[in-house]
Design a protein around this ligand. Structure first.
Ligand SMILES: Nc1ncnc2c1ncn2[C@@H]1O[C@H](COP(=O)(O)OP(=O)(O)OP(=O)(O)O)[C@@H](O)[C@H]1O
Ligand SMILES: [Mg+2]
Length: 259
């Protein structure tokens, strides 16, 4: 079998990727992922899959896939998870949403290195507090390079990162990282992507992700991904390409509402 070998920084990172792979295989059994062919000292040989990376034209199709993945994992397992508590099952512990993110968000905001942030430290805290009460889905870094697309199937790759997250959070990563790669996205495409995503949780009686939540999560990703501008094919900063309605929603609703 043709393989793709990924080498990790150390055994701990490699073991985490293996555990994350097992968890995705278990909670998303009908989603195409590469098989693990061989585990080496600090590398893993994965089954080689054909396909190309995601583009802006794939946004709705990829949003639809994420919308399928999250309620599937929720129904199978994450209904028992709280977003402010690490979730352990089947020998895998998935970090909670705020752990690791809270400090990084505050550090980056305080550094002044995030261009045009729309969230203050207080707003970040309020959203993290609000997230703790939301139904649990997961973040697996849905950047467009972590999908391999053919006409027939979309495969999901890269098991390095996995945390609990609210519904819509990884969708926001997909949208922000795609716009940072290819430039401004048609507004209609973003709305269709959110709708395609939400169709799935709502089918399961789950609330999905409101436009307000979606825009807040986009701003989280803006802060967290800003340091990677100029690498990973990220040529555009979100503050230059974000649609005006996203900032309007945050300014408008947040005036009357504390998340
Ligand atoms: N199983 C696989 N079959 C074929 N190609 C793969 C496979 N896994 C990864 N790749 C290719 O290698 C690239 C990098 O892999 P991966 O995303 O796991 O690593 P990464 O360190 O996150 O890199 P990047 O930051 O570029 O996403 C993928 O975008 C894809 O093009
Ligand atoms: Mg990757």
């Amino acid at each position: 079998m043709r393989t793709f070998t990924k080498t990790y920084a150390d055994t701990e990172v490699q073991q985490r990727a293996l555990a994350n792979h097992r968890w995705i295989a278990r909670t998303n059994p009908d989603v195409r992922i590469p098989a693990v062919v061989q585990v080496r000292s600090i590398a893993i040989d994965f089954e080689h899959l054909d396909g190309r990376h995601g583009t802006a034209d794939d946004l709705v199709r990829l949003a639809d896939l994420l919308g399928h993945q999250h309620p599937t994992a929720h129904t199978r397992e994450l209904h028992a998870a709280r977003l402010d508590t690490p979730h352990t099952s089947g020998g895998v512990t998935i970090p909670d949403f705020a752990e690791g993110r809270r400090d990084r968000l505050h550090q980056l905001l305080a550094s002044g290195a995030v261009p045009g942030p729309t969230l203050t430290h207080e707003a970040v805290e309020a959203w993290l507090k609000q997230a703790a009460t939301m139904p649990a889905a997961f973040y697996k870094d849905a950047n467009p390079r972590n999908f391999l697309i053919t006409d027939a199937v979309v495969a999901v790759i890269d098991f390095d990162s996995l945390t609990l997250a609210p519904f819509g959070y990884d969708l926001a990563k997909l949208v922000v990282s795609t716009a940072m790669t290819t430039g401004p996205l048609p507004e209609d495409t973003i709305h269709r992507a959110v709708d395609a995503y939400n169709r799935h949780p709502r089918h399961h009686g789950l609330p999905g992700c409101s436009r307000h939540e979606f825009t807040a999560w986009c701003e989280f990703h803006h802060i967290l991904t800003a340091p990677y501008l100029g690498t990973n094919s990220y040529q555009f900063s979100w503050h230059h390409v974000r649609p005006a309605w996203t900032t309007d929603i945050l300014r408008h609703v947040d005036k009357e509402w504390t998340p």
